[in-house]
Ligand binder design. Sequence first.
Ligand code: TLP
Length: 342
Amino acid sequence: MIDLRSDTVTKPTPAMRHAMATCEVGDDVYQEDPTVNRLEERAAAIVGKEAALFVPTGTMGNTIAMKVHTHHGQEVICDARSHVMNWELAMMAWFTGCMPRTIATTDGILTWDRIRAELKPVGPHWAPTGMIEIENTHNMGGGAVYPLEVIDEICDGAHNAGLRVHMDGARVFNAAASCGAPVSRIVERVDTVMFCLSKGLGAPVGSMVAGTRNDIDQARLYRKRLGGGMRQAGVLAAAGLIALQDMPSRLGEDHANARLLAERLATLPGIAVDPGSVRSNIVIFEVSGTGMTAPEFTARLKEQGVLMGSFGDRHVRAVTHFDVPRDACESALEAVQRITAQ
Ligand code: TLP
């Protein structure tokens, strides 16, 4: 099977498995796992923040960050198709007690002007704005990448308004590979960033939340409350360290493969996609012109040995990653060609 459903499906590399088998471990709830400690220090240094926390999932990382920045009864401003709004089982409401205040966009990229129009002060009738959340790259926006100046403007505007900004940077290393700036520059002005080791970076498990020492001390307590206090987690952190060392520099290959997919898909009958909009490793395309619904399309594709994800009735997503090299992408395209020709 050629699995393009997500970059979450990547399997640990031999170097990761070796590191997992041989690393030193301790009890991380006592902060005594030397490998986890090393990963947290390394991650903080790479993103240019005071401290970082290893969490089991991106969902937990986002949930914790939003809890650190808000109080019950506030609003979180985010894009209407953001992961925190649509894919995290309402954890924002469930754990932080906040409501999302969503903004509709074409590609998931917010601007300060759009955000400013939604700010709410304390008042007798409404929930005040608690924080701003932005997603980079934007998953359902087809892997769209925030321009640096847009992030800076959002952060400056938010800070002047007394608000904090969290970046869901599940794929922020893809954003870095796409815009050519280091992750530390991308997240320079955001208050916290969550990024995943287990997506394009290929680690089997884990995400990081980074921010000020004070925020991360609080985040550690929320992680424990959520049941995320892991013990000899060094076996996972060891793979994360390899992910940070070996994988960011190769993400450009995934982006080139995504571009190839989009360019060839655009030539096939019934498929609509703008290859120019593909900036990272995600391609979302429309299949209604083929006469098939998106679930029918992906079911047919599966019969041909290719897995992609369907979103709603019309949209299909392909995500390129380490375990699907260029020749496998070409085979996937041939499979799509076969089913659109039938
Ligand atoms: N995204 C998954 C699915 O949940 C949709 C995927 O296959 O793309 N933020 C963003 C932007 C994400 O794309 C994801 C996962 C997460 C957070 C959550 O990470 P996990 O799955 O580790 O909780």
